[in-house]
Design a protein around this ligand. Structure first.
Ligand SMILES: NC(=O)c1ccc[n+]([C@@H]2O[C@H](COP(=O)([O-])OP(=O)(O)OC[C@H]3O[C@@H](n4cnc5c(N)ncnc54)[C@H](O)[C@@H]3O)[C@@H](O)[C@H]2O)c1
Length: 441
């Protein structure tokens, strides 16, 4: 298989609809790493290792030395936003990174100015930017996005482009008829169907051009039959939804561990306070609903109460998000977990995570961009389930249960990389070590 992966030659353009806290923290971070001012901590593509072969072989290369990924020096960033601030101004306003660090990469950041956004206030009522495309129909908007992508590619001399949605969370909608087939969707674009969200227009434009599209928010976006079908037709890798950071990251680390030891869980209450623009958008009930659905599915899928009703049948799961401006991007979260053990005796776990949302999200965007570019060069198209590791609400083929357990997700991702490079898959069975030892005696 490795012979069939195209080399990562030339420049890779990473475009993000949304140049807010997460995207600017990524862009500034990559610029800082390139200047040796900081380390890309949290990024598996940059700092992670992968074991190959048997434990006795001691082969444990860096992932970036094992699979052909784009080099950070070959990346060019761009994007769209409803506000016209350049990336330096937007990063200063987001207040995630210190001004001193941002000033050290100011020239690079100032040079990145957002393209005009496809925006519809009915999907995000708490935003009021005016850096917005005006067109008669949604087809025209999709064409303008395609033109933006092609122009960016030419102007920056890129050989490849990937897109990662870093825009705000749109209001909650469910799949409807217009999302069912490519034909209905394209007709809906012409008719300005209100069920076609702005994020779907970006996704459509990208997928139509065969450009990988990853969705970092919980909106449906490319998780509709029409765009899944289009992705197969145009050989495009797609994935989503909702970056797995903060509280849900903790949940998918802890819940599989409790379940692994057959400990029961009666209740899991999660609440948090955050004060960035994301928190402000999520303060609106329609937008919170989209996030809530994404966050709630996690425990049920890990614990599967129907297969073990004695331990998880009565689980009460509650998720709250509270907009609290003084905390800015430094989210604080509390979890109270009521568990029970031997003979039903109860215990409690309390977690108080003082996290930095965008610091956890930025490396995810980088990895998704680099891995989706790899997938494209390896000829993998459609939903990239092996990237579930990065998502709160992983997109799966219709009818399949998503895998939320972070350790199973990691194994799947590592085995996909081994498979791509023609290495043996690792099952951790380990019986062959016994055979080797017997042979050696
Ligand atoms: N930070 C995290 O840990 C985290 C985790 C999971 C998911 N997310 C999601 O990632 C997204 C970005 O988060 P953030 O903290 O950077 O938010 P943010 O509010 O700082 O940035 C989002 C940006 O998107 C822009 N935008 C909104 N609609 C747009 C459109 N149609 N086209 C172009 N731009 C648009 C907004 O103007 C804003 O600048 C949000 O949807 C958030 O829910 C973030």
């Amino acid at each position: 298989m490795q012979n069939t992966i195209e080399k990562a030659e030339g420049k890779l353009g990473i475009l993000t609809p949304g140049l807010g806290a997460v995207a600017t923290t990524l862009i500034a971070g990559v610029a800082a790493v390139k200047k040796d001012l900081a380390q890309p901590v949290g990024s598996l593509t940059q700092m992670g290792n992968i074991r190959l072969g048997k434990r006795t072989e001691n082969r444990n290369p860096k992932i970036k030395d094992f699979v052909p990924l784009a080099d950070l020096n070959d990346i060019v960033f761009g994007g769209w936003d409803v506000y016209c601030d350049n990336v330096f101004e937007a990063a200063m306003k987001a207040k995630v990174l210190e001004p001193m660090l941002l000033h050290a990469v100011k020239a690079e950041l100032e040079a990145i100015k957002p393209m005009k956004a496809v925006f519809d206030k009915s999907y995000i009522s708490n935003l009021d930017g005016d850096h917005i495309k005006q067109a008669a129909t949604k087809v025209d908007l999709a064409r303008e996005v395609m033109d933006d992508i092609q122009n960016f590619k030419e102007a920056n001399d890129c050989s490849r482009i990937v897109i990662v949605w870093c825009g705000s969370t749109e209001k909650y909608i469910e799949t409807s008829e217009v999302h069912e087939t490519i034909a209905l969707f394209e007709e809906g674009l012409q008719q300005n169907d209100p069920a076609i969200a702005p994020s779907m227009i970006y996704a459509y434009a990208a997928i139509k051009l065969g450009i990988p599209f990853m969705n970092g928010a919980p909106n449906l976006t490319c998780d509709i039959p029409a765009l899944i079908q289009l992705a197969k037709e145009t050989n495009t890798p797609i994935g989503g939804k909702d970056f797995k950071t903060g509280q849900t990251l903790m949940k998918t680390i802890l819940a599989p561990g409790l379940q692994a030891r057959a400990l029961g869980i009666k209740g899991w209450f999660s609440t948090n306070i955050l004060g960035n623009r994301d928190g402000y958008v999520l303060d609106h009930p329609d937008n919170f609903k989209t996030k809530e659905v994404s966050k709630l599915s996690v425990l049920e899928d890990i614990l599967q109460p129907e297969t073990n009703p004695e331990l998880y049948g009565d689980l009460y799961h509650k998720v709250r998000i509270n907009y609290y401006p003084p905390h800015g991007d430094n989210k604080e979260s509390w979890d109270n977990i009521d568990i029970f053990g031997w003979l039903g005796y109860s215990m409690q776990i309390k977690i108080n995570f003082l996290c930095r949302d965008s610091i956890l999200a930025a490396p995810i965007v980088l990895d998704l961009a680099l891995f989706s570019d790899l997938a494209k060069r390896a000829g993998m198209s459609g939903i990239q389930e092996w990237l579930s590791f990065y998502f709160k609400s992983p997109q799966t083929l219709p009818g399949l249960r998503p895998e939320h357990d972070i350790f199973k997700q990691l194994l799947k991702m590592q085995n996909t990389l081994r498979h791509l490079m023609g290495e043996d898959l690792i099952t951790h069975l380990g019986l062959d070590y016994d055979e080797d030892l017997v042979e050696a005696l």
